[in-house]
Design a binder for this molecule. Structure first.
Ligand SMILES: [Zn+2]
Length: 194
């Protein structure tokens, strides 16, 4: 198999998230095939992707790549498979630990307006699929999850919602709310101890 040298050293460096100097060093060390023409270096995209896959640690990964590597995307919901707290996935970045669903929302939509929660249309706290997420206030979150609960129950063929079911649902919501508060407390504590 012959390599096609279709990348400049700048493009190659970008693909590996390293400096141009670094990628040329890899060429000199024969870790990456390279073709030189005067002061220009060319690299093969195929060889670089193969090299990236061969490196077992995640030092070439961007934050987003590290994030998606922890997500099971086989089902309808995309489930976070790494650390979780209070039912919600947790993802660590240079800025500290944050909710995985919040990180996912921010990848696609940009920063979350302050004071707003990221809620799930699917009611699955571990889900990080961007189009299952929306921002809302705590109030909206509770109303929404109650509506969804009622929807689920009515789909099962029940007419209306029994008082017992309503109460059960309110308990669930209260528990979810409590765990969200616990996460906040835990975050504040972590900040203080830094
Ligand atoms: Zn989902």
């Amino acid at each position: 198999m012959t390599d096609v040298f279709d990348l400049s050293s700048v493009q190659a460096a970008k693909l590996l998230h390293v400096s141009v100097r670094h990628v040329r060093k890899l060429g000199e060390l024969k870790k990456l095939p390279t073709k030189r023409s005067g002061r220009f270096w060319y690299f093969s995209r195929q060889a670089i992707l193969a090299y990236r896959n061969s490196v077992s640690d995640n030092r070439w990964m961007t934050r987003e790549e590290r994030f998606w590597a922890k997500v099971d995307r086989t089902g309808d919901c995309w489930i976070w498979t790494a650390a979780s707290l209070g039912g919600y996935g947790q993802f660590g970045t240079e800025q500290g630990i944050q909710g995985a669903h919040r990180f996912s929302y921010e990848i696609v939509n940009g920063p979350i307006p302050s004071g707003l929660n990221v809620c799930h249309t699917c009611d699955t706290p571990l889900c990080v699929k961007p189009n299952h997420l929306f921002v809302g206030t705590q109030q909206e979150n509770v109303v929404d999850s109650y509506d969804k609960g009622r929807h689920k129950m009515s789909q099962k063929g029940k007419e209306g919602v029994s008082t017992a079911n309503k109460r059960r649902w309110a308990d669930t919501v209260a528990r979810q709310r409590m765990s969200a508060i616990m996460i906040d407390i835990w975050k504040v504590r972590k900040d203080i101890s830094k």
